[in-house]
Design a protein around this ligand. Structure first.
Ligand SMILES: [Zn+2]
Length: 72
């Protein structure tokens, strides 16, 4: 699955490969080199700056939450 998105930092067009589910992933912009979040949605795809991504759309934050819930 490939998504064509605009980098949230420099607005350069990016084609980002994604496994095909709704998991948010990090993508690296080929134009400016910054990392951003790409999250597929039911009707398209959302991109976030890493500092603007809500926790549910941030791969690192999700991983932290999953690790924390395993300790319950
Ligand atoms: Zn960029």
């Amino acid at each position: 699955m490939k998504y064509n998105v605009l980098c949230p930092y420099c607005h350069g067009k990016q084609a980002v490969a994604h496994p095909g589910d709704y998991t948010p992933i990090y993508a690296e912009c080929a134009s400016c080199g910054k990392r951003f979040v790409l999250e597929p949605e039911r009707h398209g795809v959302a991109v976030y700056k890493v500092e603007d991504a809500p926790c549910c759309s941030d791969p690192d934050c999700l991983a932290t939450e999953l690790a924390a819930s395993e300790n319950d």
